[in-house]
Design a protein around this ligand. Sequence first.
Ligand SMILES: *Cc1c(COP(=O)(O)O)cnc(C)c1O
Length: 451
Amino acid sequence: MSDNDGVGVGINGKDELPPPPKEDIAFHSLPWNLNLPDEHSYMHLTTTPDKGWTLEHYNPTTNDGAITNSLRHYSSTPLPLYPSTTSLNYGTTIWEGLACRRSPTSHKAFVFRPQMNYARFVNGAKAMCLPPPSYELFMRGLQLVLQHNAQLIPPAPEVDPTTGVPQGGAKLYIRPMLLGSGQQLGLHVSPQISLVFFVSPTGSYFQGKAMGGLKLHLERRRSRAARGGTGNVKCCGNYAVAMRPLLDAKENGFHDNLFLELETYHNPPPSSSSSRLHQAILQELSAANIFLVLKTGEIVTPSLRRGTILPGVTRDSVLTLTREFKDELKPIIVESITTAGMGSDNIEITVSERDVCVGDLLNAAEVFITGTAAEIVPVQSVATSETPVEELDGETEESFSVKFPHGESSPGPVTTKLLDMLREVLAETRSSEATKDWLCDVFASPEEFRS
Ligand SMILES: *Cc1c(COP(=O)(O)O)cnc(C)c1O
């Protein structure tokens, strides 16, 4: 295939529509994985740390540069790899995850809030001593790889005729990566840097399994992220440390781990009367953020202040939607709390980011998690493992178990409403001042796409 097949589209036109989805693919049942690699192309650009990313890679004025010749067939052109490749030895890789969907309203293909992913990518690049690409280069890379693979953007979701709510979470997932691809032995900045964008069409992350809500394991021995570390960066090491705990949790019948600020478990405030574990502060899952709907009417998620939590785009979007559409949500929150038998009539709705502790889980009517891959998924329970664990410093580990009033057989009312709202934004049937820039049209001109 030639490198520029199909890429002329959208460069001049304002209202170009994407080519139709490939016909013989059951997009909605694709697992959360790398799917159909024979069908896609990926982008690969290189530079050196001294040079960084320049107009030679992409010049936004002429709309040209090495980027226009950087697409390769995924299966037949793997990345070159030597034993001493820096990122292999030292983990200097950051990545992003974005979703592209067709709108059932305009039939355009949109990427969701790429500006936020770019900001996070730049932070991660700094943390891993990698030169960050310009905003223009990042956006043009996204746009080209999506235009090239547009036949893999799933069909627009069907809209429920009675509720008007779009159904289904299929998407073309895009993963930008920045990594040290040069060779060396010592712990130095890599002599070569690679910028890669690859894609995979997927269904939903927690397919089927989540119908009854997730069972989360409260992990109180191992940490995903410590203060002063890289928990707030999408770097590959964070997933390496989460892997062993994840497999252990799955072996014990859980779907994922809920991680703690372990220091707050080991060193609780001296004066408090409640248990050590109840005071421990919650972080997030292996790759998703967490929200609680409390019986007080507060919707709460752990604060980013400690620097140990990944600042999720979905997390931010849910916070924005709850603030923006608070009046519409209020009766739903009241319903959630009263049907959970926790009710009081005079509930004031608040949305907050603060330290959330294990004890707060006991006051939750609903709990859900958020992420690009997962969207919004209900949680049915949080518990420590039944299997005996070694004692730490001679102390017996406390156990904990809570099953939420909502989420066991179906998502709670607030979880359902927020997922509906998010999908309505994606389908262009809901918007507000705060959400108006959330959808970027892949087949618009490069200037428009990044504006
Ligand atoms: C990617 C990720 C999330 C979710 O972020 P989104 O931007 O919403 O996809 C949350 N936590 C971790 C650890 C992640 O890696």
